[in-house]
Design a protein around this ligand. Structure first.
Ligand SMILES: [Zn+2]
Length: 457
């Protein structure tokens, strides 16, 4: 009773949605799940455990780029913590990962009084010669404009000054820009930060060199610095830039996916997988991308253990390695678990931040969607009860596609792309209560799917 009272108090803190949508009545089949769902929500919302664990991760180990000692030390810590939580079958699974090293780097407007700019080399980029590359900049705003420039590209540093619309649309300049520019003879490529205008913050991220094209150094610069170059060029000034990068690739390194479980009480071979990617870029502390996704999904198992809730099926948390610059963790999981993918009931990835949760994206059957809509009624109290059109994630993708597994993503409302892949991706951007709500939403959804009598289809 006391617990129910506390939960009612906590839920009363959340204001109703701006538009008062009539809530669906909870169907009767959920009645047996209501008590444990409330216990899980009470546990998540009653403390800031998730936020504190994420803060400790970032403060202790910093960034977690593949191949770095930071990532491997953090993996060792996660294994110890999962054991301390009392999870079942805690272990690591070996993965060979790319090992790209940034080194020192700089960009300046060359001249009698050089003007330093704020930049970040792109992940996977080659470096420059030791003395750097100096050349006149050519500013373009699209691939069409680049191609139209034709012979004028040769010997230039190309700057794609493309305003951010959405990630899917704008990221292709970061990914494909280097080889598109190199094809026409550019000596280096710069891209305006792929994200909404921040406070002179550069966004790194992976590039993809095309087969058969020269590999040229590539970096992101801030929105403000791109605008400065644009203004100078518009005034008719010849702008020469000097780019210096020590970036290089070392042989593949040893890394690991981290796995922990709550073994199912009746159907232990049927598995519900939830998780996030444990690696990050080498700037900031990867708290939103994607330490938060790792910790909120891990919370489901920690809380189940603490509350002595053991669902019918096995719940498995996986902290995948190397999502950012290789996706090797997700691919290795698919291959190492090929024999049991048919027994994967559902896979859920949280990699969109742990801001205010709104519900889940879902890819699967209409029957499955109806089930999820029912379960989501248990989350109406925290307004995390929307089931969106599609759900998935980069790490669960390979397994989901291979075995046709129903897939979910945690949907949240937050300014993810403002801090994505930047030095500003640190714990202070995350609100402890919003993170607790994210943990509550994942726990309730996972619990019912893992326990309900018939398998999610
Ligand atoms: Zn991510």
């Amino acid at each position: 009773m006391f617990r129910a009272f506390v939960l009612a108090l906590i839920l009363a803190q959340f204001p109703p949605p701006a538009v008062d949508v009539p809530k669906r009545a909870a169907p009767a089949w959920l009645d047996p799940y209501r008590a444990n769902a409330n216990r899980l929500m009470g546990e998540a919302l009653g403390s800031d455990f998730a936020w504190q664990r994420l803060a400790r991760l970032g403060d202790t180990f910093g960034h977690r780029l593949s191949g770095s000692p930071n990532l491997e030390a953090a993996i060792t810590w996660a294994v110890e913590e999962m054991k301390r939580d009392g999870l079942d079958n805690v272990h690591t699974e070996a993965v060979k990962v790319p090992h790209w090293v940034r080194g020192r780097e700089s960009l300046e407007i060359a001249g009698a009084i050089p003007q330093p700019l704020v930049m970040l080399g792109l992940g996977g980029s080659v470096g420059t010669p030791a003395g750097g590359i100096e050349a006149e900049v050519l500013v373009v705003h699209s691939f069409d404009e680049l191609d139209a420039a034709g012979a004028r590209v040769k010997g230039r540093i190309v700057l794609f000054n493309v305003p951010f619309t959405n990630y899917g649309e704008t990221v292709r300049y970061r990914s494909n820009g280097p080889s598109r520019a190199a094809q026409l003879g550019a000596v280096a490529m710069l891209v305006r930060a792929v994200g909404p205008a921040g406070l002179r913050t550069p966004h790194t991220g992976a590039l993809t060199y095309a087969e058969g094209q020269p590999k040229i150094p590539a970096a992101a610069l801030t929105t403000e610095d791109a605008a400065r170059i644009q203004r100078m060029v518009d005034r008719g000034t010849t702008v020469r830039l000097k780019l210096t990068m020590e970036a290089h690739v070392l042989p593949d390194a040893d890394s690991f996916n981290v796995v922990g479980e709550i073994r199912g009480r009746e159907l232990p071979n049927e598995v519900v997988v939830i998780g996030g990617h444990f690696d990050s870029w080498d700037v900031g502390t990867g708290s939103t991308d994607d330490g938060g996704g790792c910790v909120v999904t891990w919370e489901t198992l920690r809380m189940m253990k603490k509350l002595d809730i053991r669902p019918r099926r096995t719940v498995r948390v996986v902290l995948w390695t190397n999502e950012e610059n290789g996706s090797r963790g997700g691919l290795a999981y698919r291959d190492q678990h090929a024999a049991e993918l048919a027994n994967h009931v559902m896979m859920l990835e949280s990699d969109g931040g742990v801001f205010r949760p709104t519900g889940f994206g879902f890819t699967g059957s209409e029957q499955g969607r109806a089930r999820l809509r029912d379960i989501a009624t248990l989350l109406a109290g925290i307004h995390a009860d929307t089931i969106g059109a599609a759900g998935g994630g980069a790490d669960i993708g390979p397994s989901v596609q291979q075995a046709g597994i129903p897939s979910l993503s945690l949907d949240v409302d937050g300014n993810y792309f403002l801090i994505h892949h930047t030095p500003a991706d640190t714990i202070d951007k995350i609100d402890p209560m919003e993170m607790s709500r994210s943990a509550a939403a994942v726990a309730v959804m996972t619990y019912v799917i893992a326990d309900m009598p018939e398998r999610l289809r």
